[in-house]
Design a protein around this ligand. Structure first.
Ligand SMILES: NCc1[nH]cc(CCC(=O)O)c1CC(=O)O
Length: 303
């Protein structure tokens, strides 16, 4: 029987996700016991700057990956959207359990939908993707930086008397704040982040017991969708300084991807979509990236 040490951040959302994975792993016959090991990441330690100003890459995941490499933990539980697509020698992304809703939520105590916001209203979000898509639709809005965990952001909405904030539906639902959602934003215009709503399970590639256990809790539909999204992001090479949004619609045999690359001010938006066989997700993602690059995303990514 295997003992599995799960590496996780200590935020409420990360612990919810890690406990959810621990529960799933305890059902696996080869797994004897599961333990959580809390790890502080750069993203947790530095709360006063937008992530895009922190050198970006892997601020919520790097320390957990180091713990895997140092054999302090056996499995890393990540919010997949925080996990860079760059390959790390010795580690492997093995599985993604069933995904939560992928979209973003508008939360306001003053207006009952996003489109009711008056000219000049103040919204909190520090995600470049959300900023650019909001500005593309509503260039008049006043966007202010909002960082911190989900509960911190909900508190700032009240304390700073903001007109609204935008958060991922997934985090709100998992933490029991679904009733705070004012409007589920239409992914038609507010395209989600790559991997949003999915939990990514990573381990050392030579850890056969962990690999086998993780494979049994994979959800193939989610896996195909996130592989397509991540291969698109990798091919775009945009890192986290270029606003990129993607919605994938996973059906039994077909996978559809709709994606956009925007300028930071939201004025330029390169959009395209693709459909194809769901069992060749990486090809689809790379093809869509190629179409976006040819249509002008190349210029935006150089800036
Ligand atoms: N970077 C923060 C982060 N990472 C994952 C989630 C939510 C859960 C998810 O989208 O998987 C959030 C908060 C948010 O964007 O509202």
């Amino acid at each position: 029987m295997t003992h599995i040490r799960i590496g996780t951040r200590a935020s409420a959302l990360a612990l919810w996700q890690a406990n959810h994975i621990a529960d799933l792993l305890r059902q696996v016959p080869s797994v004897g016991s599961v333990e959580l090991v809390r790890i502080e990441t750069t993203g947790d330690a530095v709360q006063d700057r937008p992530l895009s100003a922190m050198g970006g890459f892997g601020v919520f995941t790097r320390e957990i990956q180091n713990a895997l490499l140092d054999r302090r933990v056996d499995v890393a539980v990540h919010s997949l959207k925080d996990l860079p697509t760059l390959f790390v020698e010795g580690l492997k992304l093995i599985a993604t359990p069933a995904r939560a809703p992928i979209g973003d939520a508008f939360i306001s105590h003053k207006y009952s939908k996003f489109d009711d916001l008056p000219a000049g209203a103040t919204l909190g979000t520090s995600s470049l993707r959300r900023r650019a898509q909001i500005l593309n639709r509503r260039p008049d809005l006043n966007l202010i930086d909002l960082r911190g965990n989900v509960d911190t952001r909900l508190r700032k909405l009240r304390d700073q008397n903001l007109d609204g904030i935008i958060l991922a539906q997934a985090g709100l639902i998992r933490l029991g704040f679904e009733n705070q959602i004012t409007e589920r934003l239409d992914p038609e215009w507010m395209l989600p982040a790559v991997g949003q709503g999915a939990i990514g399970l990573e381990c050392r590639e030579d850890n056969v017991e962990a690999v086998e256990a993780l494979r049994t809790i994979n959800d193939p539909k989610t896996w195909n969708a996130v592989l397509a999204e991540r291969s698109m992001l990798f091919a775009l090479g945009g890192g986290c300084l270029v606003p990129i949004g993607v919605q994938s619609i996973a059906e039994a045999e077909t996978l559809t991807l709709r994606a956009a690359v925007l300028s930071q001010d939201g004025r330029q938006r390169i959009y395209d979509q693709i459909s194809g066989a769901s069992d060749r997700p990486q090809e689809l993602g790379a093809l869509l990236a190629g179409k976006l690059l040819d249509a002008g995303a190349k210029q935006l990514l150089l800036n």
